[in-house]
Design a protein around this ligand. Structure first.
Ligand SMILES: *Cc1c(COP(=O)(O)O)cnc(C)c1O
Length: 393
């Protein structure tokens, strides 16, 4: 069925949004096949965002972890604005412009997706409004100011829990009433159909490049792919390049927070999530016995979301990908490990993927090749890490 990954995904939205999403789906499918659009997208990904990103052999990290496997890093951290999110926002804002939209809106939790959307909106000259929960805006004053510098209006959402899920609800309401001139830029591979497909399409450039790069470097397919999973866009972007290679094992790393038993985590698949509907699609969702959405926790804001993109739920059920979790303190270890062995300070989200390597290499044979998606750089997290570790700077 359209928009389904097995039983997952779908389009659980108010009647009002159905024709809007259908138009988006049609326009997207048309533009995907349009050579001019592809050329323009490639131009901005190359000349503006900094693609292709290197696939870097992390020799000292590989040695430090016992030398059992060769670890390669896909360097999405080197992109403009510091993470893979720009691949999606450039794609969607260009799509909006081609559809004749004058305005884009977005939701943001910690502000990363808001900044990436505001950046692309400035690049293409579209108006931009970003919905953000009042509590999030208070915690992330720097990103609020960044968005304003980029010419965006930040709409503070002062209802409900005053965080990301309330911001998403407001953005959906805005989209439903203003869709004629407005495109809603969703930030990860989730939401109602066709969003999971759109976001995957724009992030698939990661996997496409990595496939060619590893062939050049090793003349064989990797044995493992490892990526952190918030909504799941950087992971599905990498995985998508290898879905046809049945020897490649794919591992998604969720936020284990303070441990599964504590209930303070965001491990939807590897923890105690159950099937449910959130933000327009069916997937694994952290919920209580009454189906109410649970509070989540992670040291990294980007992994702190109660649901996971529907294609990951499907890959898990098929047994094609495996999902694990890494706690806050393990992630902090990973953060230091990569900084000290390679001179690369990773985003706390990506540090979850790095931390998992310590466990993975125990199972590896000498010639095994691992590709880790380094989804973002850690500049944004430095002050937070110092505070967590009681360091005064
Ligand atoms: C937002 C973010 C993530 C999580 O989002 P996905 O959609 O799961 O990729 C991971 N890493 C970084 C650096 C991020 O900014």
């Amino acid at each position: 069925m359209k928009g389904r990954f097995g039983e997952f995904g779908g389009q659980y939205v108010p009647e009002l949004l159905v024709p809007v999403l259908e138009e988006l789906d049609n326009e997207f499918e048309k533009l995907k096949k349009d050579n001019e659009f592809r050329k323009e997208l490639d131009y901005y990904l190359g000349q503006y965002a900094g693609r292709p990103t290197p696939l870097y052999f992390a020799e000292r990290l590989s040695k430090k972890l016992g030398g059992n496997a060769k670890i390669y890093l896909k360097r999405e951290d080197l992109l403009h604005t510091g993470a893979h999110k720009i691949n999606n926002t450039i794609g969607q804002v260009l799509l909006a412009k081609k559809m004749g939209k004058k305005r884009v809106i977005a939701e943001t939790g910690a502000g990363q997706h808001g900044v990436a959307t505001a950046t692309a909106a400035a690049l293409f000259g579209l108006n931009c409004e970003v919905y953000m929960g009042a509590n999030d805006a208070k915690r992330q004053v720097l990103n609020v100011y960044r968005m304003k510098l980029l010419g965006a209006d930040v709409r503070i959402v002062d209802i409900g829990s005053k965080t990301l899920k309330d911001a998403i609800n407001e953005a959906l309401r805005d989209y439903a009433s203003n869709s004629k001139e407005t495109h809603y830029v969703i930030g990860s591979a989730l939401g109602p159909h066709p969003y999971p497909n759109i976001v995957k399409y724009f992030q698939s450039v990661i996997g496409k490049e990595a496939h060619a790069q590893i062939m050049d470097a090793e003349a064989k397919m990797p044995d493992y792919l490892v990526a952190c999973v918030g909504g799941g866009s950087n992971a599905i972007g990498l995985f998508s390049g290898f879905l046809k290679e049945d020897t490649v094992r794919m591992i998604g790393v969720e936020a284990g927070g303070k441990g599964i038993a504590s209930g303070k985590h965001a491990a939807r698949i590897s923890g105690d999530g159950k099937k449910g509907v959130l933000h327009g699609n069916l997937s694994y969702v952290l919920q209580d016995n009454y189906g109410q959405i649970r509070e989540t926790h992670s040291v990294s804001a980007g992994l702190d979301y109660p649901s996971i993109g529907p294609e990951h739920a499907y890959l898990y059920e098929l047994g094609n990908a495996k999902y694990v979790n890494i706690t806050d303190s393990e992630a902090l270890e990973g953060f230091h490990l990569l900084s000290e062995t390679e001179g690369i300070i990773p985003a706390l989200e990506s540090a979850h993927a790095i931390a998992y390597l310590k466990k993975l290499v125990l199972k590896c044979k000498q010639e095994d090749v691992i590709i880790v998606n380094l989804s973002g750089r850690g500049d944004k997290d430095v002050a937070h890490v110092a505070e967590l570790e009681g360091v005064k700077i």
